[in-house]
Write a protein that binds this ligand. Structure first.
Ligand SMILES: [Fe+2]
Length: 144
């Protein structure tokens, strides 16, 4: 055991507050994240005229978006995964069945569905209008 591991760790980071995602169309982004994740745009126009940042929230969970002329998704350059789209964010959903039913209602399809017996979780992927890969996860055995 290292000397460092015997020292009580100080918790410095609490959680991720938001991530800021590059997008090319604020209206399209607001509509998609609104219907898929139930997020609502936060009006910051009285603080930031002509904002190029879109803030969306459900009160507890936040995503920010930044306007770019183009969005390029980085693809893997590692030999055995060359060209694969690996860069993603994973969003834990409140309830899998409710989330899936909402996707159906809006005609949004998920892909790469997985069940993981080791932690009784489910996951799948979505692709947003700019091509960002979003993993969705649900850990039904957690009581958080
Ligand atoms: Fe992941």
């Amino acid at each position: 055991m290292s000397e460092e591991s015997d020292v009580k760790k100080v918790v410095l980071a609490h959680s991720i507050h938001h991530t800021n995602v590059p997008v090319t169309d604020m209206q399209r982004t607001a509509e998609w994240y609104g219907k898929v994740f139930g997020l609502t745009p936060i009006n910051i126009s009285k603080y930031v005229p002509d904002a190029t940042t879109l803030l969306m929230s459900n009160g507890n969970f936040h995503l920010h978006f930044e306007l770019y002329p183009t969005v390029e998704i980085p693809l893997s350059t590692v030999d055995h995964r060359r060209g694969e789209h690996l860069f993603h964010t994973c969003i834990e959903v409140e309830d899998w069945d409710t989330f899936a039913a909402n996707l159906d209602k809006h005609g949004v399809r998920f892909e790469d569905y997985k069940e993981r017996p080791q932690d009784q979780s489910r996951s799948a992927t979505l692709t947003d209008p700019d091509g960002h890969l979003i993993e969705i996860a649900w850990h039904g055995n957690r009581d958080w």
